[in-house]
Design a protein around this ligand. Structure first.
Ligand SMILES: C=C(O[C@@H]1C=C(C(=O)O)C=C[C@H]1O)C(=O)O
Length: 445
């Protein structure tokens, strides 16, 4: 533990700030399947279309809770970077010292928000691949590409679980039964009348118990195989494939993918031509819900950026389980008075929680949804992703996922935006559709 950590421990942070050394080695991988091939049960994963990052082990970790969770994470990571020795000849988003992170949705959550700096990371983008080793100077002394490759292979073996057949899955109610969810939606519809709240996102959870230990490596592979349009994540047992990008920062450019407005592709008649156009794109309720989400994002992005590009009309994002109304927003980030650009984590904090996962206006909606749901969302709908020492990074919204609570038990979450006119039974059906990716990945369908 370094001397600096005393500052943080006075705030009861359960994490120290060690002095780390990090060395990145270019890796001319001939397979181009490096990421998929590296994913195992206890790895850390961020991937889309075969590109991304896979981490192993823990060189350092921060756990924190409450209102200060983002502030704690930022100051811990900053202190860590200030005293780190980073050798990174590649210097591109995701190379060098990185942290994976997952944050609780609510300041009242009992879930630990966390940053994890892996000991070994393998990264691949469209042009380059690399291996990063992170540890104490002593641990990294004399490290070569050959020793890094060997360390990677060893880490992959250690992160594996014995091969088994997927178990039988039994689904049961979580903190909210289907009946109590319907009740919560009905109450939400009454709230709109005199509260000034125009949208509330209400979520529920279910439990998936498996007759055999769940292999998260297999779950991730199932998700990446079907949901190539999504960002698949795995951080300490939190796993899923999210279609929604809270923020990606690359060299001063911020991008977000906003979703709101959903249509179940298993709905009767859904194979008719133009079904999604008629029932989603041309539906005023869905368009209104989408607009609320865009407005809340652009309002948060405006003060920290310029040259914002936000399309006039959304597009229809087709996923195997649902269609969404989607909009991609981008803007150049603006430096503060010290010439410093906001980092991916800074922006994740500013954007969270979005109207798409909380409601409108966000503050009031957050209070009411806590009351109506009556459950701890844990990391569900919180930011999940990674960041590097330059401030680049990607944080998705932890949707379409679940959390492994013990070796055979996973809690799945899904929620729906409720606006005046929403039909409770439709929303319940939509929540099932949103859990379909995980139910399939677990072999429950
Ligand atoms: C809340 C979830 O999804 C959000 C709600 C949506 C909606 O209500 O239409 C669409 C996409 C997400 O922003 C979820 O998947 O759990």
């Amino acid at each position: 533990m370094s001397a600096d950590s005393s500052v943080l421990s006075s705030r009861n942070l359960r994490g120290s700030v060690p002095v780390l050394t990090s060395i990145t080695f270019p890796y001319a991988d001939p397979s181009r399947n490096l990421i998929e091939n590296s994913i195992r049960h206890s790895s850390l994963v961020w991937t889309r279309r075969g590109r991304g990052l896979v981490g192993f082990g823990t060189a350092a970790r921060l756990s924190t809770r409450g209102e200060q969770r983002f502030v704690d994470a930022r100051s811990w990571f900053k202190q860590l970077l200030d005293q780190a020795q980073i050798t990174d000849p590649i210097s591109r988003p995701g190379s060098g010292l990185i942290a994976f992170g997952s944050f609780a949705f609510s300041l009242t959550s009992a879930f630990d928000s966390r940053l994890v700096i892996p000991e070994v990371t393998v990264g691949q983008d469209d042009e380059k691949s690399w291996i990063t080793l992170t540890g104490t100077a002593q641990q990294l002394e004399g490290a070569t590409f050959e020793s890094a490759l060997q360390r990677l292979q060893q880490a992959i073996a250690e992160a594996s679980v014995p091969e088994n057949l997927p178990g039988d899955i039994e689904l049961t109610s979580g903190q909210l039964t289907a009946g109590s969810y319907l009740q919560a939606v009905r109450k939400a519809l009454e709230v709109f009348e005199d509260s000034g709240i125009s949208k509330l996102v209400l979520a529920r959870d279910i439990l998936a118990r498996s007759s055999a230990p769940i292999d998260l490596g297999r779950v991730v592979h199932e998700l990446t195989a079907r949901y190539s349009n999504c960002w698949t994540y795995l951080v300490d047992g939190l796993v899923g494939a999210t279609p929604e990008m809270l923020v990606r920062v690359t060299n001063g450019l911020a991008e977000a993918r906003v979703l709101a407005g959903t249509l179940d592709r298993a709905k009767e008649g859904a194979d008719a031509p133009d079904f999604a156009k008629h029932n989603l794109f041309d539906d005023p309720k869905q368009r209104h819900e989408h607009q609320l989400a865009i407005d809340s994002l652009t309002e948060s992005l405006n003060p920290i950026s310029h040259g914002m590009q936000s399309p006039d009309e959304p597009f229809i994002l087709q996923l195997p389980n649902v269609w969404h109304l989607a909009s991609d927003v981008r803007a150049e980030l603006r430096a503060d008075e010290h010439g410093v650009l906001p980092t991916a984590l800074d922006i994740a904090e500013i954007f969270h929680p979005t109207a798409a996962v909380c409601g409108t206006p966000t503050k009031q909606a957050g209070v009411v949804l806590r009351e109506l749901e009556g459950m701890d969302r844990g990391p569900y709908a919180g930011p999940v992703g990674w960041m590097d020492s330059r401030g680049d990074g990607e944080f998705g919204i932890a949707l379409r996922g679940g959390i492994l609570e013990d070796s055979n038990l996973m809690r799945l979450y899904a929620g729906c935006g409720i606006v005046p006119g929403s039909v409770p039974e439709d929303e319940l059906a939509e929540s099932w559709a949103k859990m379909r990716p995980m139910r399939q990945a677990l072999g429950a369908e």
